[in-house]
Design a binder for this molecule. Structure first.
Ligand code: S3P
Length: 456
C-alpha cells in the first residue's frame, strides 16, 4: 500500500486516539496473571498487540474483544498451559521481551520467535540478567528464537545495572521477579517509561521507584545516587504471588499523538485538541522538546487511572527553532524521533540529536532509515553514529520514499508531506497498522490531504 501526502491547509478539530501501546501490552499481560476477570477499555487493537493476544490463547488464557474493550479471564501465575506451538511475536519486541519475563515466573516450556525484523533485535539484554536469576532461557546467538524451560530450582531476585535504559528489559525482569525468592533491584542509566511500576503498585505489589519517590536527598548515599542519575526500582515479592483482577481505561497513545502534534505545528493556521491522552512524564519528552523549540502547546491534566496521568493537549501552529537533544530527554522521547525529525526539518536553525544510538535497534535502524528517506526528499540531514544533525529552514521536495517496515517512519514521512512542495508517496505504508491503524482516517478528519493507494 502507498500513502500519498499532499500540501494541506490548517488542521482543526477535537480528536481521541487509540489506546497506549505500552499500557495495552502490560494491562493484557497483568490481567492474564490475575485470578479473575479484568476489563480493559480503549485497548489498542493493532498489529503489535495481536501476537500478544494470540500468545495468551496458546497459554490457555481466554479473552474477548468487544470493540476496543478487552475482557481477560486471568489464570494466576501458575495456571498457564504449556503451548503446543512456537509463540509468534510478529514484529513486537515488547511482546517478546515481556513474555520472556512472564514465562520465567509461570515456569513453563515455550519458544518465542517473530518476524525476520524481530530476529535481528538484540536479546542478550534480557537473556543475561534472566540467566543470572536462574531462569532457564537461551537464544540463538543473542537473538530470537528464545527457548524457555522450567527452571530446575527457584528463581532468585537480582540486583542489576541495566546497561541501557530500557522499559522492555526492566519490565521483563520485574515480571520475572514477581514470584522470585528475595528482592529485585534494577538500576537504570535513564528514566525509561514506568507504566509497569505504576500498574503493579496499583495492583498492590510492593515496589519502590527510588529516584521518583525520593527527591531532595537527605543522606550522603541518596545524594551520590542522584548525582549518578540512577533510576532505581525495587520489587519485593509476596508469596503466594497473587494479582487482583482490575478495570482500566487506557489513555490515548502519546506516541501516536506525536505525529498529529507535529503535523499541526508545521501547518500554518492549525489549532487541534487531543483528548484523553496519556501524560506519563516518562513519555512526554517530545512535548518538552517542542515547547523548548517555541511550540504553542497547552496541557491540561485531568486525572489518573491506576497511576497513569491523562488529559488534554491543545496544539496551535507556531514557527519552531532548532534545538540540541541529548541525555535523559532522549530516553523520554525514544519512540518520537521520526516525528521529531520532521519538526526539526521545518524549524529555523540547526537541530542536533546525540546519545541516541538506541534508535539503531528499533523496528528499523531509525537513524540510517530516516537519513536515507529525508535525503530523498531533499533534506540535508547528516548521519552520526549516535544521532543526526538537521540544518533546518528546509522544505521537503516531493518524492517516492519507503517505510522500511517501520510504522513510525511511515507516519513521519506522511507528516513531512503535508507541507512539502510536491506530493510525498510512501511505499509499504500498510505497516502503520502495527501501532495506529486509524492514522490516515484521524489525520484526514482534521483536514490533512492523505490518499491511500492499494497495491495492484
Ligand atoms: C516500550 C519500550 C521502548 C519503546 C517501545 C515500547 C515498552 O523500548 O521503544 O516502543 O512498551 O516497554 P525500550 O524500552 O527497549 O527502549
Amino acid at each position: 500500500m502507498n500513502l500519498i501526502a499532499e500540501k494541506s491547509d490548517n488542521l482543526h478539530g477535537r480528536i481521541r486516539l487509540p489506546g497506549d501501546k505500552s499500557i495495552s501490552h502490560r494491562a493484557a499481560l497483568l490481567a492474564a496473571f490475575s485470578a479473575g476477570e479484568s476489563r480493559i477499555s480503549n485497548f489498542l487493537t493493532a498489529g503489535v498487540t495481536t501476537p500478544l493476544l494470540n500468545a495468551l490463547t496458546s497459554f490457555g488464557i481466554s479473552w474477548k474483544l468487544f470493540g476496543d474493550i478487552l475482557v481477560v479471564q486471568g489464570r494466576g501465575i501458575t495456571g498457564w498451559d504449556t503451548p503446543a506451538r512456537v509463540i509468534d511475536c510478529g514484529n513486537s519486541g515488547t511482546t517478546l521481551r515481556l513474555l520472556a519475563g512472564a514465562l520465567a515466573t509461570v515456569g513453563i516450556r515455550a519458544t518465542l520467535d517473530g518476524s525476520p525484523g524481530l530476529r535481528r533485535r538484540p536479546m542478550n539484554r534480557i537473556i543475561e540478567p534472566l540467566q543470572k536469576m536462574g531462569v532457564n532461557i537461551s537464544g540463538d546467538d543473542g537473538h530470537a528464537p528464545l527457548r524457555l524451560e522450567p527452571a530446575g530450582a527457584v528463581i532468585n531476585g537480582i540486583d542489576y545495572h541495566l546497561p541501557v535504559a530500557s522499559a522492555q528489559v526492566k519490565t521483563c525482569l520485574l515480571l520475572a521477579a514477581l514470584n522470585a525468592e528475595g528482592q529485585t533491584t534494577l538500576r537504570e542509566p535513564g528514566p525509561s517509561r514506568d507504566h509497569t511500576e505504576r500498574l503493579l503498585k496499583g495492583l498492590g505489589v510492593s515496589l519502590v521507584n527510588y529516584s521518583r519517590e525520593i527527591t531532595g536527598s537527605n543522606s550522603a548515599l541518596e545524594l551520590v545516587q542522584n548525582l549518578e542519575r540512577q533510576y532505581i526500582t525495587t520489587l519485593t515479592p509476596q508469596h503466594p504471588a497473587h494479582l487482583p483482577s482490575f478495570n482500566l481505561q487506557i489513555p490515548g497513545d502519546i506516541s501516536s499523538a506525536a505525529f498529529i502534534i507535529v503535523a499541526a505545528l508545521i501547518t500554518p493556521g492549525s489549532d487541534l485538541v487531543i483528548e484523553d491522552i496519556g501524560l506519563n512524564p516518562t513519555r512526554t519528552g517530545l512535548i518538552d522538546a517542542l515547547v523548548n523549540m517555541g511550540a504553542d502547546i497547552e496541557i491540561q491534566k485531568q486525572g489518573e487511572r491506576m497511576g497513569e496521568p491523562y488529559g488534554t493537549v491543545r496544539v496551535r501552529y507556531y514557527p519552531l527553532s532548532g534545538i540540541d537533544i541529548y541525555g535523559e530527554l532522549v530516553v523520554r522521547m525514544i519512540d518520537e524521533f521520526p516525528a521529531f525529525s520532521i519538526a526539526a526539518v521545518y524549524a529555523q536553525g540547526t537541530t542536533v540529536v546525540s546519545g541516541a544510538e538506541e534508535l539503531r535497534v528499533k523496528e528499523s535502524d531509525r537513524i540510517a532509515a530516516m537519513c536515507k528517506e529525508l535525503k530523498i526528499l531533499g533534506i540535508p540531514i547528516i548521519e552520526k553514529p549516535d544521532g543526526f544533525v538537521i540544518p533546518g529552514n528546509s522544505k521537503p521536495s516531493g518524492g517516492q520514499v519507503s517505510a522500511h517496515g517501520d510504522h513510525r517512519l511511515a507516519m513521519a514521512l506522511a507528516v513531512a508531506g503535508l507541507q512539502a512542495s510536491a506530493p510525498v508517496r510512501i511505499s509499504g505504508a500498510e505497516i502503520i497498522a502495527e501501532s495506529f491503524p486509524t492514522f490516515s482516517e484521524v489525520l484526514r478528519s482534521t483536514g490533512a490531504d492523505l490518499t491511500i493507494e492499494e497495491d495492484s
